[in-house]
Design a protein around this ligand. Structure first.
Ligand SMILES: Nc1nc2c(ncn2[C@@H]2O[C@H](COP(=O)(O)OP(=O)(O)OP(=O)(O)O)[C@@H](O)[C@H]2O)c(=O)[nH]1
Ligand SMILES: [Mg+2]
Length: 444
């Protein structure tokens, strides 16, 4: 697709910084380059002076010229690296807009890259996911999608479907060459392997959907066991009030906790007990709610009291992962250690003296690592929906294969292929494209 407009945008974040970058893309790039910077060799950094209409030097800058199709957008492009002052950047952008360009819409550079076949739609989505990823693992997963890992998987499945369609076409056109039972068996094997593959991709895509969610960790337990002391200790600040009076924490205290490369949300909650106090009881309701939406519960007990039936009842009734924190070992003299108790990971520690807390932190840091090892890719709801639709067609195809209705199998396969193509951007409508690219920042 040819774009007649030349677009410009400040691609760096707003604010004062060492460097600020203006990007230009489109057919007038060459004219702009010659007019403002003289001869610029493609892909060489050239030091230039930028002037306004009155010949005042606005800034000195580095300019890089890219020639179509070897650029991000696939068009002629310029990247002008100025000093990172928004006033200077805006001034030069205005000068360019006055005669040569219009301001780019959000994501328009990437949209042009997509329209010029530099990226498929999954990769374009991965660009924004990479920029917005909320943790390191999510950024790695987005990068894998950007490199084409997810797209390649979809293309491989699509190729297999196409191969099956050609087999079917020949069976339909030359039925005399076929032995019905044998071909039905052959198609069954192909369809089974395709269905398994798509089921697996849906599973990993659903997993990828969650990667961008910040992990939620709640600290729960009876009153006075040291939940707030543990929360403060992990955060390294006095975020919650600590006191020897049971029932101190009434509300949920929510904070961001940095764990290595990741940030998780930590919730300190009201101690669980039966109470007639209306406010405390509302707080306890919130504690229970937080235990339901958390990815991990740190269930704290006081080592002087030990784990009783009420604690076990909470642990066994909870469907989310729970680790038991046996706190206050400075009083009981136990050693700091971790192990398993009745199937639950436990940690002996003292939140007050911080004995054993490093051990817990170390384990908390590794809670996302499994995603990283699996080589996960980021996914979106629309991917999962299309994959499910593709799977439904494959199930239907298997059903028709049982009755040897070859033309109906072929039709189901055609539809399943379309759903896969839509994920990659095959036949998507403009509304969807607008929705995807409008979530980008300007200049990307
Ligand atoms: N000796 C010792 N005391 C602790 C430890 N952790 C907490 N405490 C004390 O236990 C008391 C209760 O601590 P909190 O952190 O307020 O307990 P909590 O579980 O948040 O209590 P509620 O908010 O009332 O549910 C305070 O006096 C703390 O100083 C510990 O590891 N060792
Ligand atoms: Mg508390």
């Amino acid at each position: 697709m040819k774009n007649t407009d030349t677009i410009v945008a400040i691609s760096t974040a707003n604010g004062n910084a060492a460097v600020g970058i203006i990007r230009v893309s489109g057919p007038k790039t060459d004219i702009i380059s010659k007019h403002f910077f003289g001869k610029v060799e493609p892909r060489y950094a050239k030091y230039v002076k930028i002037k306004d209409g009155n010949n005042n030097v606005i800034d000195d800058a580095i300019v890089i010229r890219y020639v179509a199709p070897s650029s991000y957008t696939g068009e002629d492009m310029l990247e002008i690296q100025m000093h990172g002052n928004p006033i200077l950047l805006k001034k030069f952008q205005d000068i360019l807009c006055h005669e040569y360009c219009r301001l780019a819409k959000p994501g328009e550079f990437t949209e042009r890259a997509y329209l010029n076949n530099k990226l498929d739609l999954v990769q374009a989505e991965a660009v924004i996911d990479l920029i917005n990823s909320s943790n390191y693992d999510a950024s790695l997963a987005a990068q894998r999608s950007l490199q084409g890992k997810f797209s390649n998987t979809l293309t491989e499945i699509g190729d297999k479907i196409l191969y099956m369609r050609t087999l079917l076409e020949s069976s339909i056109n030359f039925p005399e060459d076929e032995i019905p039972d044998e071909s039905s068996k052959k198609y069954k094997n192909e369809l089974d392997s395709l269905t398994k593959k798509v089921e697996y991709v849906i599973k990993t895509a659903k997993h990828g959907l969650k990667l961008n969610d910040q992990t939620k960790i709640s600290i729960l337990g009876k009153p006075n066991v040291g939940k707030s002391t543990l929360s403060n200790c992990l955060l390294g600040e006095q975020a919650s009030i600590v006191s020897a009076i049971p029932g101190t924490t009434r509300d949920i205290v929510k904070n961001d906790l940095s764990l290595g490369d990741n940030v998780v949300t930590l919730f300190d909650t009201a101690g669980l007990r039966k109470t007639k106090d209306d406010i405390e009881s509302k707080g306890i309701d919130l504690s229970i709610k937080s235990s339901n939406f958390s990815d991990l519960i740190l269930y704290v007990v006081d080592d002087e009291v030990g784990i009783d039936e009420i604690d076990m009842k909470f642990l066994t009734s909870n469907k989310n992962e729970c680790w038991i924190i046996i706190n206050k070992i400075d009083k009981t003299g136990k050693v700091a250690e971790t192990g398993t108790y009745k199937g639950y990971k436990y940690f002996n520690l003292s939140a007050d003296t911080e004995l054993g807390v490093e051990l817990l932190k170390g384990e908390l840091m590794s809670i996302r690592n499994s995603d990283h090892e699996k080589g996960a890719t980021l996914a979106r709801e629309r991917h999962v929906e299309s994959l499910k639709a593709c799977l439904k067609n494959l199930y239907n195809a298997s059903k028709y294969n049982d009755n040897q209705q070859l033309d109906l199998i072929a039709e189901e396969l055609r539809r399943s292929h379309l759903h896969l193509q839509n994920i990659l951007g095959g036949d998507v409508d403009e509304e969807l494209l607008d929705e995807i690219f409008s979530n980008f920042c300007i200049g990307k």
